[in-house]
Design a protein around this ligand. Sequence first.
Ligand code: BG6
Length: 478
Amino acid sequence: MSFRKDFLWGGATAANQSEGGYNEDGRGVANVDVVPIGEDRYPIITGQMKHLDFDDHHFYPAKEAIDMYHNYKEDIALFAEMGFKSYRFSIAWTRIFPNGDESEPNEAGLKFYDNLIDECLKYGIEPVVTITHFDMPIHLIKEYGGWRNRKVVDFYGNLVTALFNHYKGKVKYWITFNEINMILHAPFMGAGLVFEEGENAEQVKYTAAHHELVASALATKIAHEVDPENMVGCMVAAGQYYPNTPNPTDVRQAQLDNQENYFFIDVQSRGEYPNYALARLKHEGIEIPFEEGDKELLKEHTVDYITFSYYSSRVSAAQKDQEKTGGNIFDSIKNPYLEESEWGWQIDPLGFRITMNELYDRYQKPLFVVENGLGAVDTPDENGYVADDYRIDYLQQHIEAMKDAVEKDGVDVLGYTPWGCIDIVSASTGEMKKRYGFIYVDRDNEGNGSMKRSKKKSFDWYKQVIASNGEDLDFTKE
Ligand code: BG6
């Protein structure tokens, strides 16, 4: 067994991190627009600090991002040159429904994605569309409180109905929510949640989670009704938790941490709340706001495939006062056996294989790796060329691990779209300096730069990987 003949090699981006054009053609303001770079970013994305409007003393990188709104043709041509078979991007909800609660979609917004999708199809690139990648209209947060409000399920229903009908026959692969488990870690970014003084944050998060899970099942139902060819996937920020030691208390903690992550896909893929979650939430006094018909909806409309991001494995310990890894929104103990990126994300290709095995074994549905990669500082020469051996090294090891999972473990994988195939704004830090791309973009953290695109060394390397369907991963180190 090797990679499928039609394996979907490609790359991935998200609207708010790449498009810019934040106020063009009727687009409304989104939660992710008002998240600045700098020290306030973390308290804002985690919902601890209320910040729902632009002000003069912060810099907001999503406003212009890398201006893909105006450069998508040039960017997709470069993807095509690398031989992409797929491109994962997200729809900005605020382009389609600027406030979120309108009854009719914004035609100009639909048109933008028509153009973008047509450009992909022109090169035989399969669009893989994330319906919401951390974004929602700010109006839905100000007026309704974000995903804590059940009404948002209906607004999301309107969004997906418009998308499935409009792009019928052009888009087959859909993903309902990017990294749905991010609600627990970055609830403003993940679900538009801002916590009031004294409120039970866990209750609010699981209420919002329930609404997203119901919305995801509703989307799956509508997608299949509109076009039975549609494939709908869930998406989780994956990465196996290892126990810090064989001490059963550490093993148990790792089991709990893994369950916390799997909980979302357990519902989306198996169609019901797992017992461990029902018991734990009950024990903690958290109520799940089930409404009539929810259980049936969840049961009858499970996802067709499982997508996930993988950057790193994680480590759990019962005893909490241990050294943590830096820079990651997820809490993890440092793993002494692993090297780490400049942002403290630990590098574990074998963990990728382990994670794929866990996911496939648990759900028995095809997997799609929709994010993986190394965020690093690049230093271009005067022509914008970057000799990014470190990035090739990371990707090579991870593709090897994926190959092992496919060939030696029998895991069924549909495709691989490494993250930030062109440099984009970092979600956790708002930096441009943290780059993942095969294509360099001349733009810095403060918004300076020409936005010019140039090929890195990894560009030709990835082209060779795709041309050989993952067989030729070699490169010459400089
Ligand atoms: C995932 C997100 O969490 O990781 C992306 O889906 C994000 O939006 C990516 O950009 C990498 O994280 P960061 O913080 O390095 O941009």
